[in-house]
Write a new protein. Structure first.
Length: 89
């Protein structure tokens, strides 16, 4: 999984590699991982997820709405900084 986090996209695994890895896990090329999938499937069949397990609050707003805007102040100042960032190489 840590390969997916590499800052260089060329060093990250391809989608095909990830798909093949997941398929191998699911099909049982690694017995330990295969057992974990089976255990999770059994747990999910015994303990199904309820569709709406949240309670509704009478004062809550559950639809999108615009938020009030704050006027932008025009009296701001800027300052230039010279930062030197080292290369990651």
């Amino acid at each position: 999984m840590q390969q997916c986090w590499n800052s260089d996209p060329k060093k990250r695994p391809t989608a095909e590699y990830i798909a093949n890895t997941l398929q191998g896990w699911f099909e049982g090329s690694n017995e330990n991982i295969s057992n974990q999938f089976k255990t999770a499937d059994e747990f999910n069949s015994v303990n199904p997820v309820r569709e709406n397990s949240q309670s509704v609050h009478k004062s809550a707003i559950y639809t999108s709405r615009l938020l009030p805007t704050i006027p932008i102040a025009n009296n701001y100042s800027t300052r230039q900084f010279d930062f030197i960032l080292p290369d990651e190489n």
